[in-house]
Each structure stands twice: as C-alpha cells, then as structure tokens.
Write a protein that binds this ligand. Structure first.
Ligand SMILES: NC(=O)c1ccc[n+]([C@@H]2O[C@H](COP(=O)([O-])OP(=O)(O)OC[C@H]3O[C@@H](n4cnc5c(N)ncnc54)[C@H](O)[C@@H]3O)[C@@H](O)[C@H]2O)c1
Ligand SMILES: CC(C)=CCC/C(C)=C/C=C/C(C)=C/C=C/C(C)=C/C=C/C=C(C)/C=C/C=C(C)/C=C/C=C(\C)CCC=C(C)C
Length: 576
C-alpha cells in the first residue's frame, strides 16, 4: 500500500529530522514557586559528604527508569524548573515503548497502537507531554484501530469513525442494536467527563476540590463509575453471549483480562479515544516519542544517564534520599521517583526493608499480568493482500482460549502506515501473544532456543492459516523474544506488563496512586493508577509530577487538606 497516496504529508523530506521542535514551548503547567522544603538541607549536606565535600549537584528529583511513565514525570517537573536526573539501565530511553534496529528494520519493542496522540481535547496526553518540552511529532492517522478475527468467523473492523464502527457491529448483531448503543453510550458519557477535566494529581486536594467545584456533574459521574467494571455495565444492556464475548475481547486487548475484570473508566477511555482523537502512529516509529521526551528534558536543563543500573534506594531515617548504582556511584535528591514496577521497587530496590502495609494490600488485590512471547519479523511485501489493516487480533475457534497463554494472537504491521521502517519491498510483522515466565525457566540454552523456534513456528502457522497464506516462506528476518527477554531488557519482575486483578476488582478503586508509604519515594508507571498502556502511564507521570511539585514547593499545597485526602484515599483502597 502506498503511504504517499494515502497521506502525502508524511512523505515530506525524510532525510530531515523526523521530530521538529516547536518554536515556543506551550506548557500547560505553571512554573511558579510556592516555597521550599525542609529536606533540602539534609540532602545537600548528604550530597556534599558523599562527594568528599566538593561542589555537587542537588537534584529535586531522581527518576529511576526512562519508560514513558518516568519520562513524562521527569519532563513535567523539569518544565516547572525542577532539576531532574533520570537514570536508565539500558542504552536508550523508552523501556517497553523503545525500539531496536536490525538489518534495515526499525522495530517497536512494544505494541504500536498509540492512544492519546491526537491534536484535540484534554486526553491527548502524549501530544501534551511532548509539547510541554517544545516537541511535536508528525503522526499518521490509522483508519482502523484493530481488525478482530474471532470464533464463528466473526470479523469486526474497528473503524476510526464511530458511526461506521457501531453500524458494522449492529449489522452483525441486529437484535442487539439498543444494547450496543446503550453500552457504548455509557462509555461516551464517561469519556466526555474525563475529557472535560484538566488532568492533574488526584492525590492533590486543592486541584481535586477545584475540579469538583468547576465540573461537579462530570466529577460525580467519574466517582460513580470509578469502582465499576465494564463487564457489569455491558450486562445491563447486552444479553447475546457472543456479543458479550466480543466486549471481553475489546477489553482483553488493552487489559489482558476480560470485561468483568476491566475497570469501566479504562475501558471507556480506550473504546472512545480511538474514535475521538483516533489512533495515530508516529512517523519513524514509537521509539521517537521517548527520544523526543529525553531530548526535551535535556533542553530544560535536566539530565539523563544511560547504562545507569540502580541497585538500591538509599534511605535516611526512613526517608528516600538517594540511589546507589550497580557500579557503586551514588546520587542524592529531595525526592525519588521509581518507574520500575512496584514489585521491583519494593522487592529489589528496597530489599531488606519491611514491605509497607499499603504494598502488601496492593499485592493482595493485584498479581503480575503475564508477559508476552513476541516475534519481530521482516516479510516479503507481496505476502500481504491489498488493503490489509495495520493491527489484528486473532482468536480462532473457541472463546474459552481468550485468556489462555498463546490462546490469542496480536499482530501489528506498522509498515502499512510508515513503509520507511523496513527496506524496500518488505513489511514488518510484530506478532505477540501472552506467555508466562514459568514456561521458559529451567531450560538449557539449547532447549531455550529450540523452544523459541518451535512456539514461534506454531504461532506463524496459525496466522498463515487464518490470514496470510505463504507467510512462513516469505520471512526475511525473524527474532523471537520471551518473558525472559522482557525481564532482562525492561528490568520487569517476571517480564510482567503490569498489574492484573487477582479476582474481580472494584474498578480502579484499589489502584495505588503515586505517593508511597516511604517518605520522599513515589512510584510511576503501569503499577500505578490507572494501569497498563502508554497513555495510562503518561497520565501517571502527569499525576506524579504534580504531587512531587507540590511536595517540593513548586506548586501550591495544603498540609491539612493533604493529610485528609491521602487518608481518605488510603481508606477507599482498603475497600477494593
Ligand atoms: N501501544 C501501547 O499501548 C504500548 C506500547 C508499548 C508499551 N506500552 C505500555 O507501557 C507500559 C510501561 O510503561 P512504564 O513507563 O511503566 O515502564 P517501562 O517498562 O516501559 O519502562 C521502565 C524503564 O525503567 C528502566 N528500569 C527499570 N528498573 C531500573 C533500574 N533499577 N535502574 C535503571 N533503570 C531501570 C527500564 O530499563 C525501562 O526502560 C506497559 O504497561 C505497556 O502496556 C503500551
Ligand atoms: C479521587 C477520587 C476517589 C474520586 C474523584 C472522582 C474523579 C474526579 C475521578 C477522576 C478520574 C480520572 C481523571 C481518571 C483518569 C483515567 C485515565 C486517563 C485512564 C486512562 C486509561 C488508559 C488505558 C487503560 C489505556 C490502555 C491502553 C493499552 C494497554 C493499549 C494497549 C494496546 C495494545 C496491546 C494494542 C493491541 C494490539 C493489537 C490488537 C495488535
């Protein structure tokens, strides 16, 4: 498919930088200072001591990890004039939103479906995060979010235009017209409420009460749906079991659990943003987002260090004051923000410390979501039929396999949108399926390699049968990653992609925000509210930066209201 015919703007001079800096930074967040913090002196003193008394930098915040969650928190703080240091274990930024290059192909590490990347509304958090540091990326609109290939030959394309999508769904389930409009109608009510708010920290009372005052109806709508799940709402409107299974698949692709376990707010966010702002793919690949944020961070006077593997968080009298790297270097700051998962943060970086009650509760309600087996392939272009969609979800015969390991297959072909990611005459296929680390442990290196080949061949054959005859013989490049690969390169315990409810959750009620039981330590990323997904972790970054900024005196804060709200939120979480 010729991209230039579909979208000539993306075919502009590709030799020039893909990412253009905006002339002026349009930062939505203020930069005024409202005071200072008492811990500054302690940290300055400690930093001087550690550096032998010489001149040394005192950071306002150290961010462990440069995933999108960490980078958004860092950049949002940097534009408020905070001095931030990001420490990344790997060679480039981005974590699971990073990229790698092989034989002329540019592969996205994680999935290529980007929400929150449009030019309208309040929920385009990726666009806003880039803009805050003076960056803008050219994007390619995706006409179809995903093409579902489901049991009983149910095929549904999620078109960018909402009406086109619901009409297609209604044509498959005409007897459920009212139910379809009813369920997706509630999603829109929630999405519109979300989209009307200025998004900042829900743990900061001055902001939160301000929003309740300005938008009472919208806030009450969100408060009402906060403890609810999509499957329960769907059942109020829909009776057809196959259609309910379709709603499960809709939720599964973004939460790796069925609709009954997917928070309604999260479901509404993704089921509507794909039609409101649409899914937009960044020219040059997903990796450009993290690169642009990292460049923007440095432009703001903050720093990022690569190959900086944080081994432990340093506590002083119970307060987080610094970090120690694997090579022995130490850095100190007023606040520490961990973009490692909560399991890694409390289980590894604070090893030896007693697990705080709040984290114990979190681990009771949430378990680690499975990791993925992922196959990055280059294929001969002619194997794809004309007008092939960019993203596919395949579940062949039995709905029961939806949540089973290797049961369903995700497939993205980003070269449908940006052909320059692959050599001429080639396409990229990124195939992934859920898989657990237990399946890949205890193998000799030879057994491990053989198993990778065998499992990958099985998945490729399934796609060959369902979608692309001749696929196996058209492969020009193939690299297989397992949960062990995700654990190794993303430093994620068991290679997990975030939390998954142990049972039926109370919507988002049990998800922890950014503050932790350790003074001065914050978490950001997919084990924080609202969970997995690039846009979700971007929101957690925005919330985290706002809360930290208030705590270090860069935003307004009220100690009394803080104590009240944090206590209330802690209590609400115990109800989940
Ligand atoms: N299309 C999509 O929706 C899509 C695509 C890709 C990724 N994602 C989402 O992104 C989410 C993850 O984002 P995130 O920001 O939470 O995390 P992340 O895993 O992407 O990034 C964490 C970063 O921290 C680094 N790190 C971890 N421990 C470290 C240590 N001790 N020292 C130094 N560095 C360390 C890792 O190397 C990594 O770069 C996932 O939930 C996934 O759903 C979504
Ligand atoms: C505080 C309290 C308590 C209360 C109050 C009330 C209120 C005000 C509330 C509010 C709230 C809010 C604001 C919220 C928010 C939320 C949000 C923003 C959310 C978001 C979310 C998102 C998400 C989840 C996303 C996700 C995504 C994902 C994961 C994606 C993925 C993708 C993929 C994987 C793709 C597929 C592929 C193929 C098919 C190939």
């Amino acid at each position: 498919m010729n991209l230039c015919l579909r979208n000539p703007v993306t075919c502009a001079d590709r030799s020039s930088s893909l990412f253009s800096a905006l002339k002026t930074s349009n930062n939505k967040l203020g930069t005024s200072k409202f005071g200072s913090v008492s811990s500054t002196a302690v940290v300055e003193e400690r930093t001087k001591r550690e550096s032998g008394g010489g001149e040394s930098k005192v950071y306002d915040a150290i961010v462990i990890g440069s995933g999108i969650g960490g980078l958004v928190a860092a950049t949002q703080l940097a534009v408020k004039e905070a001095k931030v240091l990001v420490l990344e274990k790997y060679l480039i930024p981005g974590g699971s939103s990073g990229y790698y290059e092989r034989d002329g192909y540019t592969f996205d590490v994680g999935s290529s479906v980007m929400f929150g990347f449009s030019d309208k509304g309040n929920l385009n958090l990726i666009t806003q995060a880039l803009k805050a540091v003076g960056r803008e990326m050219e994007v390619i609109p995706d006409p179809t979010t995903v093409h579902f290939h489901l049991p009983s030959d149910l095929s549904v394309q999620v078109h960018r235009e909402y009406d086109e999508f619901v009409n297609e769904l209604i044509s498959k389930f005409p007897h459920e017209k009212e139910g379809i409009l009813g369920f997706y109608g509630v999603c829109w009510k929630i999405f519109n409420s979300l989209n009307s708010l200025e998004l900042k920290s829900l743990e900061e009372p001055i902001y939160l009460f301000g929003q309740f005052f300005q938008k009472p109806l919208e806030c009450l709508t969100l408060a009402y749906y906060l403890p609810q799940n999509a499957g329960d709402i769907a059942r109020k409107y829909i009776k057809d079991p196959q259609l309910l299974s379709f709603i499960d698949a809709e939720c599964f692709i973004v939460s790796t659990v069925n609709a009954l376990q997917t928070p309604m707010i999260n479901a509404s966010m993704v089921l509507c943003d794909r039609h409101y702002g649409g899914i937009n793919y960044p020219v040059g690949g997903v990796g450009g987002i993290a690169k642009s944020l990292a460049d923007g961070l440095v432009d703001q006077g903050s720093e990022i260090l690569y190959k900086a593997n944080v081994k432990s968080i340093i506590l002083d009298d119970g307060k987080a004051v610094g970090v120690r790297l694997a090579d022995g270097r130490e850095f100190f700051a007023k606040t520490i923000i961990s973009n490692a998962t909560r399991w890694d943060t409390f289980g590894k970086l604070l090893k030896g410390e007693k697990l705080p009650k709040e984290e114990e509760n979190f681990q009771k309600v949430y378990v680690k979501a499975p990791s993925f087996l992922s196959i990055h392939m280059g294929v001969k272009a002619e194997v794809l039929p004309p007008d092939t969609d960019c993203h596919h979800f395949v579940l062949e015969d039995d709905w029961k396999n939806l949540e089973e390991p290797y049961g369903s297959i995700f497939l993205s072909i980003p070269t449908i949108l940006d052909p320059y990611l692959a050599p001429d005459g080639r396409h990229i296929l990124h195939i992934f399926t859920t898989s657990s680390i237990e399946d890949w442990e205890g193998l000799t290196p030879k057994e491990y390699e053989a198993k990778k080949e065998e499992v990958a061949a099985g998945i490729i054959q399934r796609l060959e049968k369902k979608l692309f005859p001749g696929l196996s013989s058209s492969i020009t490049f193939k690299e297989v990653g397992t949960p062990r690969t995700h654990r190794r390169y993303l430093a994620r315990d068991k290679g997990t992609y975030g939390p998954m409810p142990r049972g039926t959750p109370k919507g988002l009620l049990g998800m922890p925000f950014n503050t932790t039981a350790i003074d001065g330590l914050y978490c950001v990323g997919d084990s924080c509210f609202p969970g997995q997904g690039v846009i979700a972790v971007a929101f957690s970054g925005v919330m985290c930066a706002h809360r930290v900024a208030a705590d270090i005196g860069l935003e307004r804060k009220s100690k009394v209201l803080d104590a009240g709200l944090l206590g209330l939120l802690g209590w609400l979480r115990t109800l989940a």
